[in-house]
Design a protein around this ligand. Structure first.
Ligand code: PPE
Length: 308
């Protein structure tokens, strides 16, 4: 998806011009995938831009960094302020936010421990991840022939840049085969997640999503949607799923910061439910967007106002 350029990027404590936010080709992270990152969104609300679950995202960034012994030279509070600053500097009402902490320039070789750590936060307007029409019509997905990296190889508890090369394989395979997105199974054959989304099914009015131990990212949208669903009176369970659970579901959908709540209308050429967005998915999408836009006071604590 092409990037929409804005004016400023926060880089190691300063706001720099978009074009000046560059790094050296011998940066450690480029060669060894030694970075940790987040994907966050800010939404337009009647009180201006508000960041969705900012603290949770920064906590997950810290957990990812801990796994790789990467010391982020900025506090949680400093990164939260920087996020608000860069949104204000670019005068954006709604945007995607990409903080990344990575091993920079100065050392070569796999050992990352002596390389400097750089931190940047970029923001830009980013529409619907899988296309605007996907939010209503749903997407067609393929179960990938590539297995998801497991807890003792590249642990999905961390959101590290190098780990995404696993999802890149699955995504390419699905696109070349004519689908919109992939879902990966783990080595045991249980469903994990998409290349950039968690997955839910609806069966007889009950929502089920794989447990994070299956090998999916501990998605922040996943947790928010579980809460929204329970608050709407739905039973929600976390259970291992096999591919036929997806084929036979009444409804199926993705969640993610970028993907938001995206219906899945086909899995491996099997039509799910009526072949378009189902009623439970629609209701959850409505609840999700109402919360992101600050229209539901119950979830006010999920938003951090940029101009508070
Ligand atoms: N699984 C994966 C593998 C994943 O990358 C994401 C986020 C999720 C699940 C959902 O997590 P959360 O955003 O916390 O609800 N993917 C991010 C990056 C996508 C990209 O293409 O880059 C995102 O949605 O920001």
């Amino acid at each position: 998806m092409p990037i929409t350029e804005v004016e400023k990027i926060w880089m190691d404590g300063e706001l720099v011009d978009w074009r000046d936010a560059t790094i050296h080709v011998l940066s450690h992270a480029l060669h060894y995938g030694s970075g940790v990152f987040e994907g966050i969104r800010a939404y337009e609300t009647p009180r201006g831009a508000a960041v969705w679950h900012l603290d949770e995202h920064l906590h997950r960034l810290a957990r990812s960094a801990k796994l790789y012994h990467l010391d982020i030279p900025f506090s949680h509070e400093a990164l939260a302020e920087a996020t608000k600053d860069v949104i204000r500097a670019n005068r954006l009402d709604a945007c995607y936010i990409r903080p990344i902490a990575f091993r920079g320039y100065g050392e070569m070789g796999v050992n990352p421990l002596l390389a400097p750590v750089n931190v940047t936060i970029a923001v830009w307007p980013w529409g619907a991840y899988l296309g605007e029409e996907a939010l209503e019509q749903g997407v067609r997905i393929k179960i990938s022939s590539w297995r998801r990296n497991g807890p003792n190889s590249l642990p999905s508890a961390a959101k590290a840049t190098g780990q995404y090369i696993n999802g890149v394989l699955a995504k390419i395979e699905s696109l070349k085969a004519g689908y919109d997105e992939a879902i990966m199974l783990n080595e045991q054959g249980s469903v994990t997640d998409g290349s950039g989304e968690n997955v839910f099914i609806v069966r007889g009015g009950v929502l089920t999503t794989p447990p994070i131990q299956a090998g999916c990212l501990d998605g922040i949208t996943r947790v928010a949607v579980m809460t929204l669903a329970r608050d709407l009176g739905y039973e929600v369970t976390q259970e291992n799923l096999v591919r036929t659970d997806l084929y036979n579901a009444d409804e199926c959908f993705f969640t993610g910061t970028a993907a938001e709540v995206t219906p899945i209308r086909e899995v491996d050429d099997r039509v799910i439910g009526e072949g378009h967005r189902g009623p439970v998915t629609k209701e959850l999408q409505g609840a999700f967007f109402a919360a992101t836009k600050g229209e539901n006071e119950k979830y006010a604590s999920w938003l951090t106002y940029v101009n508070a």
